[in-house]
Design a protein around this ligand. Structure first.
Ligand SMILES: Nc1ncnc2c1ncn2[C@@H]1O[C@H](COP(=O)(O)OP(=O)(O)OP(=O)(O)O)[C@@H](O)[C@H]1O
Ligand SMILES: [Mg+2]
Length: 205
């Protein structure tokens, strides 16, 4: 995914340069065609096409920023505290945001931008799951993963970890859906209209 992200970013960058030339010449042409000129509508169509292409480029760039990871040493609590006002606005006034952050939390190596994206997506899910309101809580704690426990958890080596938990008081995720939630693009929601904060390239042309 990281390689695809870099590729997308590179393509978007070169594509932007081509679009800049198209926009520039469209502007020059528009100077020459007055409002009554029948060719003016054709030039405007070229401009609309270029604008649609620019929109796709923006989506590619958003995708690439999401995929190119820049891990560094960070304090998870600081990222969460910095995001709290934004998360609060995203979940709406009917949902209460509770933070329960371990003051002596250890540092982790992670991409802060990606962590923010994760929190924003989980907040959007919480909002969708609680249309009547409720509570979303974000918790952090230090976890000492023992060899014995690591053997049961296939994805972790033994050692010191930070655990970040996000919970909401909605109906929860049914068992049959839980198996699918890590599939990219899996959803049970109707696809009408892009939702706020959704940086996924839309399927609309
Ligand atoms: N907090 C939650 N409470 C209940 N169900 C959830 C919750 N979060 C996710 N789900 C279920 O898991 C599915 C997948 O969630 P995911 O965030 O991957 O996609 P989405 O929210 O449907 O779409 P997107 O996040 O791309 O806008 C959801 O459609 C929903 O059925
Ligand atoms: Mg979601």
């Amino acid at each position: 995914m990281e390689a695809i992200g870099r590729l997308a970013g590179g393509v978007a960058h070169d594509f932007n340069n081509v679009l800049t030339a198209i926009f520039g010449y469209v502007d020059l042409l528009l100077d020459n065609f007055g409002p009554a000129d029948p060719l003016r509508a054709d030039v405007l169509e070229i401009e609309h096409g270029a604008e649609r292409a620019a929109g796709l480029t923006r989506q590619l760039l958003a995708f690439s920023r999401r995929q190119v990871l820049q891990p560094r040493r960070i304090n998870v609590n600081e990222v969460i505290n910095g995001m709290a006002p934004l998360l609060g606005r995203l979940i709406g006034s009917d949902v209460e945001l509770t933070l329960d952050l371990e003051p002596a939390i250890g540092d982790v190596r992670a991409d802060p931008g990606q962590l923010e994206q994760v929190l924003m997506n989980l907040a959007a899910n919480a909002r969708d799951a609680m249309p009547e309101g409720g509570r979303m809580s974000v918790m952090t704690r230090n976890e000492d993963v023992t060899t014995e426990r690591a053997n049961r958890l296939t994805s972790l080596a033994p050692g010191q970890f930070v655990c970040l938990s996000v919970a909401d008081t909605g109906a929860g995720i049914p068992d049959e859906i839980q198996r699918q939630i890590f599939e990219p693009f899996f959803t049970t929601k109707d696809q009408g209209g892009a939702r706020a904060w959704d940086l996924r390239p839309s399927t609309a042309s």
